[in-house]
Structures are given as structure tokens and as C-alpha cells.
Design a protein. Structure first.
Length: 210
């Protein structure tokens, strides 16, 4: 799930009070060039074999800069860093002392990353997603994105906006696992240095290239 979320870019956008979720997404794509925020992620695995559903919570920080550069730093309960430098997606698992490197062009595709950063407008997104406004709930304006390709791990994404902020991202995978990311302390169009989106594997770690 973290690898799916790793391709995820989050930010705020300027909205009118009556904007729909699709309006929010369109405005976001056009107006937000960079952002940083804190996040809390709750991943819930479905109930199976008579066992109740299980969930785990992670926290960390997130930054992105167009085009196609982002950084997730998971701090608790386990340290993990995910960096996209525009060419390569790097995943550093501190506990495993391992770095995985994959070409971004092969892993973005029909993912939440495409929703937020890869396309110039919602018309381009419709090539890979079925998009629809999902109404208002819990004080948020929602939009739903369903991948047209049915052979991937991603089942669907819902994005919730509150006022001028993108507040919540919900991801459902094809195994029934649900991940909810809630964002706080969002800073839109932040001045971020290029070095934040560069990654060099630490000495002594195993590097796996896929």
C-alpha cells in the first residue's frame, strides 16, 4: 500500500464555496506548483477468516514540486523515505537497510500521482480514469476517480477538499485494503529546494533496481 501511496502528490487549491470536487481538482492542477504538509495515514485491512479488520497508523511529512517530484518521509512507527526525482522512484526502508529503485514512467500510470501531478487538466485524466463529483460529506467536497484499467492494484481513489485545502485522500486497493491520509499544516506553493527531491542511497544498504 505504501508503494501506491508513494506516488501520491497532495496540495491545496483555491476554491469557491460552491465548487464541486471536480472543480477543486481542476483548480488544484492548474494553480498549485508545490506544497508541503504533515500527514497521518490509517491503513485498514479487511476482516478475514473470522478475524476483525486490522488497522495501523503512520505519521510523517510530505513535499512535492511539479513536474513529478515528491518526497514522503514516514517517521512513526517505522522510518521510511520515498523520493521521486522525476526519473526514478526511490524507496528507502531503514529497518530493512534496503533501497528499491524503479523508473517513474513504469510505476505512475493510473495512480493517484496521475490525478494530482501528471496531467495538465481533468480532460487528460479522463484517458485513464472515470472521474465524477462525489458530493459533500463531513464538510468536504469529494471527487471519485476509478481507473479504466482493471488489472492494477488500485481500485479507486476519493479526494476530499475543505475550503482552500485538500484535506483527505482515500485509496482502495484491489485486495480490499483501505488507506486514509489526512493532511495538516499544508503550505501551498512553498519554496522548496531541488535537493529535497534528490536521493543518494546511504553507504552499506542493499540497492534493488526493478
Amino acid at each position: 500500500m505504501n508503494k501506491i501511496i508513494a506516488t501520491v502528490f497532495i496540495a491545496a487549491c483555491a476554491l469557491s464555496a460552491r465548487a464541486s470536487g471536480l472543480d477543486s481538482l481542476e483548480n488544484f492542477i492548474k494553480s498549485v506548483k508545490s506544497a508541503r504538509a504533515e500527514f497521518t495515514q490509517v491503513v485498514t485491512a479487511p476482516a478475514r477468516d473470522g478475524q476483525a479488520a486490522r488497522s495501523k497508523t503512520s505519521t510523517g511529512t510530505f513535499e512535492f514540486q511539479r513536474p513529478s517530484r515528491f518526497r514522503f518521509e514516514y517517521r512513526k512507527p517505522f522510518e521510511q523515505t520515498i523520493v521521486a526525482d522525476g526519473q526514478t522512484l526511490w524507496l528507502h526502508d531503514v529497518d530493512l537497510s534496503q533501497v528499491t529503485a524503479r523508473k517513474q514512467s513504469q510505476v505512475l500510470g493510473s495512480t493517484p500521482a496521475a490525478l494530482i501531478a501528471a496531467a495538465p487538466d481533468t480532460a487528460a485524466l479522463r484517458k485513464d480514469f472515470d472521474l465524477q463529483a462525489a458530493g459533500e460529506k463531513d464538510g468536504l467536497q469529494w471527487m471519485q476517480a476509478t481507473p479504466k484499467a482493471r488489472d492494477g492494484q488500485l481500485h479507486g481513489v476519493k479526494v476530499g477538499f475543505r475550503g482552500n485545502d485538500l484535506a483527505v485522500l482515500e485509496i482502495q486497493d484491489s485486495f480490499g485494503q483501505r488507506s486514509v491520509l489526512t493532511f495538516t499544516r499544508m503550505e501551498v506553493n512553498a519554496a522548496l529546494t531541488p535537493q529535497r527531491f534528490q536521493f543518494k542511497p546511504p553507504a552499506g544498504v542493499d540497492v534493488v533496481r526493478q
